[in-house]
Design a protein around this ligand. Sequence first.
Ligand SMILES: Cc1ncc(C[n+]2csc(CCOP(=O)(O)OP(=O)(O)O)c2C)c(N)n1
Ligand SMILES: [Mg+2]
Length: 569
Amino acid sequence: MSTVAEIIVETLAAAGASRCYGVPGDTLNHITDAIRQSDIRWIHVRHEEAGGFAAGADALLTGELALCAGSCGPGSLHFINGLFESHRNRAPVVLIASQIVRDELGFDFPQEVDFKPIYQTCSVFCEEIRTPEQARRKTAMAAQAALAKKGVAVLIVPADVSSAKAPDEPAFAVHVAQPMIRPADAELDRIAAHLGEGKKIAIYGGSGCEKAHDQVVALANALQAPIAHTSRAKDFLEHDNVFNVGMTGIFGGEAGYHALMTCDTLLLLGCDFAWRQYYPEKATIIQIDIDGTHLGRRHPVDMGVVGDVAATIDALLPRIAPRSDRDFLDECLTHRAKTVEDQGKHATVGKGGAIHPQYLTDVISRLAPANAIYTADGGSPMVWCLRHVAATGQNRTVISLSHGTMANAMPQALGAKAAFPDRTVISLSGDGGIAMLLGDLLTAVQENLPIKVAVFKNGALDFVEIEQKVEGLLEAYTELVNPDFARVAEAMGLWGRRVEQAENLESAVRDWLATPGPALLDVVTDRYELVMPPKVEAGQVAGMALYSAKAVLNGRGRDVAGIIRNLLS
Ligand SMILES: Cc1ncc(C[n+]2csc(CCOP(=O)(O)OP(=O)(O)O)c2C)c(N)n1
Ligand SMILES: [Mg+2]
């Protein structure tokens, strides 16, 4: 007769899970013992938050279940931020949150934490296995929910339940359905009629365009329409696309902004872009999304339909009369060329051999294999990743776009590497971000996960400093006193090198990429890089001007000179 712990592990393995990230302890011991005897690989992280990030990247990139497991109280609580990130990325992760024994629940027992209200806010399923009889069915339902609803599922398992014998009963299987969903014929006819009336049509594609690259490009060709994309759709739409005008929004460029704001007809394809000021006021907007709750959520739309992007375009294309007028498209592509040129200006060596962060990203993107996986920290590295890692159609980027957390990149790289041992996995880390979960560099060594970490060492919480400056505030509490991260990495068992001058960068990046084991490059980057939005709001200019006046009055004229130099160069 099996124990409940064995049944849980067996059910999750049968549902496709092959890795579990966690820290063992007390109430989890029967579960870890069952994992020890299974085909699931246990990956021992040093902080559970890192495990939450790693499992999310693993699940997001593979589309398969990834697991986390923690001890009761603080152990399972520590996953929270990593799992918020993973949930908001729609990654199918199951957390086994072990719990104190049932008899003591509700008496403020040592390490008692009521996980349900805590994890309910970042999960698609959050239930306690109350009896051994529930174990098989609830575990299967957790896996089913994570895969079908795409998000985190949490199983709370009291220690006396996991160690109990489970009844013999048939296994519950998990099903991954792949239906073909598209709007009704009459709806497609109406979309075609709207498009027929448009004079300046723009397409805005989001992550719903994964697996729909060719269809979206074919539609753009038929409509002679520019394609702008969200940051999440970078991997799916940027490459091999002569209609691409890039992103809009604060991380985007002028071309994407121009296409959306000046079109008369906008087709939203699987995108849920949150920043409402970047939607056009007057255009006719048609939205196609697999999730009906997304329709009109960000901005009013004239027509909203439910469908998978590829299947919908396949059914829509025969209803559309191809166009030849490309005036609007050409206008947007001219803006695009200018945007690329402007953004490229900083991807060069700075004055006196300074390393612009854009240049560092550009060098890495040029030298890394075409199928590399990149992760980037919340803060300025995510912006450099979005703008300067060239999409190849094979590479992937994992960025904290919805949750916007710090310290995600290195642990997400661990999960990506565990899932794809044959691919180069690169973490673009902030100096603030890497320090936050530094201990998990040890996981790269201990678990033999040879990730490549690049630290953008600008000596500051730079992104916050920029935010403060554009609001007209003086920067405060953003200074970082850093160690030499290369020597720290070496002491931890990684390969490490520090780079301060641009002339040494390329050879250092080559050595770093060629190192067989985990490796960290500590790169001193220029601090005064402004992450310029495509259209600087009037308020932001006023904020900068105000900052400049305050800074000069406070004897910080050099800072202003640094920013202005970078803006103008
Ligand atoms: C966990 C967490 N804490 C704080 C913040 C607020 N925040 C956003 S970016 C940032 C600075 C990041 O600094 P660093 O990692 O050095 O990157 P940089 O912007 O300097 O390149 C901070 C503090 C956050 N997003 N997440
Ligand atoms: Mg920094």
